[in-house]
Design a protein around this ligand. Structure first.
Ligand SMILES: [Zn+2]
Length: 775
């Protein structure tokens, strides 16, 4: 810029200096108006936390950082507005922060009494005093308050100023603000107070230290009735109301401010905006109270057995809104460290809770039909040897029963078939966010609780399973048909042996439910679902300590049924015909019927499923005419055939299990007739009597190296039909030994291809090729 230009500009400014001066003045007053009141209000934002149920009932709270019960400002009820204005500042709506008439009257009064008896303060000035935290009453302070009050009136509406006053007015002790006072003295929100109660509270801020309920009751009564009379004169209510109001007694003992669901409050604090202090939730006061009562009742019993913690979560199934949230039992209060842990958000072993999702996913994939037989025999996969909790095996068992009995071996074997990665993917789509590792990390134990979940997510996933069954949930990975079958299986069915008593807890409501006990008895779970409610219960020790008494049947399951018993009536989803299709299955195996299945029936399967596997167990068997023996046509000719010589074999369709499955299956409650032997002169084939269980044909096996660096071992398994048979073991032409009763042989083969040869004492021989992979 040239020198001449600058001079020009300066001249211009000089000419318009009054305009610039005005602008500066406006800016200055604007900053006064906006900055001073806002800074005062900002300073006061030290509020208590408050948790409300769906009807606005105060369920819990926490004192503010300065130990005061002070709730964030809310709408002021009409009654209280009228009362406080009538009592404190009758020209509130007509002045602009300062009430000259009132000040004049105060000065006159103070001079005549020769001391300060009246401040002549408006509600606006009082609000400033409250926000400034009760500074000393001096004339300078008074002038300052009057000045800021004017700014306040420009900056804020009357409604807002009244709101600020009501939130910060003192009501005696550490009770600050109308709302805290209303709950404390009347156990109700301010909007539900009577005229007498409102008047009672309106007179308190004037002299909170002198007058508070429970003391000086005569003065309080006098002040309340004085105000009631004023309000009656203003015709706010009729004579009858006035008389009844005068007859109302004063509040006696203050109510303790409630502290229900402190864990939910903590959770909400963490998941909401930092300065949010009031939480209007979906909790249901009665359901919350009852749930808490049940948890307390049971956990006091469990604590005698050394089980300290318990938690329960109830959701509205359809909306997944939280109806009750008990993050830990009050009994745990004796140990504040463990009480502080919110078990609903804690990561814990899932136990058996994930099994229904595998079942549903496999139904969808067409890899399972609802009652299809799954294998339940002693199993070893690599170095992993899962066990059923009951140490008994069924040989084969319907998949639905394996699910309700929560059998581990079928679950492991089915997961191996389905694939861990595929299952992890399904779980993530079900809403589980805690599976952060890959399939190798979890391995097959994933299905038995090898991974961690939270109750929060598990309850949601179960709710979605029911919603999908009701056709009300779209982004759930399991189809409506399969979800419906799964919840039906979970609502009926046979339960684990040690849960034989479950019926004693069950009530008339139809509930789909699953329990789970984690490894080492550290966690006992139970989740029940109906169309309306999802109830999840966890029992255990927050520090993870196991306890032999910690079994879902005697802990979490009865608590869950107890909770259901007080919940209102529930309903069950209708059959989703559009998502189901009829399937003819073998009555014995539950597999899709093959031409060799003798008895068949029709069931529903998910329409989403594809080409189910045909029954592998039914065969056409040929017998002698009296069915005493099995025989081939060849066996029935010639002299050796005796009375059968020249007869025709009788062909029958039969359900036949391989020997290794039959051995266990015969011991179950199911009626099963073994096949008769072949005629004595039959030239037997080995497959009839002897089978190799492990390794499977052409198996590729990795044997992990032991921790000490030595080569690990694998266990080969064989099965025979008759229990007095010996089995001789040979690998690559090297004889390893023989076994009786339990046919297992441990070896540490080198990498490469090997041939296993087993021979039984009847001379049957089987060979199997397998490969050991480089580690
Ligand atoms: Zn069949």
């Amino acid at each position: 810029m040239k020198k001449a230009d600058i001079q020009k500009l300066w001249l211009k400014i000089k000419k318009r200096k009054h305009i610039i001066l005005l602008a500066v003045l406006i800016l200055f007053s604007a900053s006064l108006i906006f900055i001073i009141p806002a800074s005062l209000v900002g300073k006061s934002q030290n509020y208590s936390y408050a948790l409300y149920d769906k009807n606005g009932i105060l369920l819990g709270g926490q004192v503010a950082a300065d130990e005061q019960w002070r709730f964030a400002p809310d709408e002021v009820p009409e009654k209280f507005k009228k009362a406080i204005i009538a009592y404190e500042d009758k020209r509130f709506y007509f002045h602009s922060g300062i009430d000259i008439l009132s000040i004049a009257r105060a000065i006159k009064l103070n001079v005549s009494k020769k001391r300060i008896v009246s401040g002549g303060s408006t509600l606006t000035m009082q609000t400033i005093r409250l926000l400034e935290n009760h500074p000393k009453r001096t004339y300078t302070q008074k002038i300052k308050e009057a000045f800021i009050a004017v700014l306040f009136e420009i900056r804020y509406t009357k409604k807002h100023i009244l709101k600020l006053y009501c939130a910060n007015a003192p009501f005696g002790g550490n009770v600050v603000g109308l709302e805290a006072a209303s709950w404390r003295y009347f156990n109700r929100p301010p909007s539900e107070l009577t005229w007498a109660e409102t008047a009672n509270l309106a007179v308190l801020p004037n002299q909170p230290s002198l007058v508070y309920p429970g003391a000086n009751s005569e003065i309080l009564l006098e002040k309340r009735n004085y105000l009631l009379n004023k309000l009656y004169q203003k015709k706010y209510f009729d004579k009858k109301t006035y008389e009844l109001s005068l007859a109302e007694s004063l509040p006696s003992k203050p109510f303790p401010l409630p502290s229900n669901s402190p864990h939910y409050l903590e959770y909400l604090k963490q998941t909401h905006k930092k300065n949010q202090t009031k939480f209007y939730t979906t909790l249901d006061y009665n359901i919350q109270k009852n749930t808490f009562r049940i948890i307390e009742h049971w956990s006091s019993e469990f604590s005698r057995r050394g089980i300290s913690n318990a938690a329960a979560l109830i959701l509205d199934t359809k909306t997944k809104e939280v109806l009750a949230y008990c993050g830990n039992s009050g009994n745990a209060l004796r140990n504040p460290d463990s009480y502080a842990v919110d078990m609903i958000q804690s990561k814990r072993s899932s136990g058996s809770l994930l099994k229904p999702f595998l079942y549903g996913a496999m139904l969808d994939a067409g890899e399972l039909l609802p009652d299809q037989l799954v294998i339940d025999i002693p199993t070893r996969i690599g170095n992993y040897r899962p066990d059923n909790n009951i140490k008994k095996y069924s040989g084969v068992v319907p998949a639905s029963e394996a699910l309700t009995r929560s059998l581990n071996i079928p679950a492991i074997r089915e997961l191996r078939k389905f694939g861990i990665n595929r299952f992890l993917d399904c779980l993530r789509k079900c809403g589980f966010t805690t599976f952060n590792h890959d399939s190798e990390y979890y391995g097959l134990p994933l299905i038995l609780g090898g991974g961690e979940i939270t109750m929060w997510e598990a309850a949601r996933a179960y709710a979605d399973l029911m919603n999908k069954a009701c056709m009300e949930q779209s982004d759930f990975p399991i189809s409506t048909g399969s979800s419906w079958i799964t919840v039906n299986v979970l609502s009926t069915g046979i339960r684990p042996e040690d849960e034989a008593n479950w019926q004693k807890y069950a009530n008339s409501k139809r509930i789909a439910w699953k329990t789970g006990t984690s490894n080492g008895n550290r966690d006992a779970w139970a989740i029940g679902i109906t169309r309306e409610y999802t109830v999840a219960v966890w029992i255990g020790n927050a520090n993870g300590m196991g306890n032999p008494d910690l079994k879902s049947v005697s802990t979490s399951a009865p608590v869950m049924f107890d909770i259901f018993s007080f919940l209102p009536k529930t309903s069950w989803p209708d059959i989703p015909y559009d998502d189901l299709t009829e399937q003819t299955v073998c009555s014995h195996s539950g597999f899709a019927a093959s031409p060799d299945c003798k008895e068949t029936k029709s069931i529903f399967r998910s329409r989403a499923a594809v080409a189910p596997e045909l029954c592998p167990y039914c065969k056409k068997i040929s017998f002698t005419f009296d069915k005493k023996y099995r025989a081939t046509t060849e066996d029935l000719t010639g002299e050796k055939a005796g009375i059968y010589n020249g007869t025709l074999p009788t062909i029958e369709k039969r359900f036949v299990l391989p020997p290794n499955l039959e051995y266990w299956y015969k011991n179950t409650r199911v009626v099963y007739t073994s096949l008769p032997d072949f005629v004595p002169w039959h030239h037997s084939t080995s497959a009839d009597n002897l089978s190799i269980v492990f390794p499977e044909p052409n198996a590729k096996i990795i044997i992990p190296v032991e921790i000490d660096g030595t080569q690990g071992a694998m266990v080969m398994q064989a099965a025979v039909r008759s229990s007095d048979t010996f089995v001789y073991w040979d690998v690559d032409g090297i004889y390893l030994g023989y076994t009786e009763k339990v046919h297992e042989m441990t070896i540490s083969p080198d990498p490469g291809t090997h041939i296993l040869t087993v021979t039984d004492s009847n001379g049957n021989i089987l060979k199997r090729k397998f490969e050991i992979l480089e580690n």
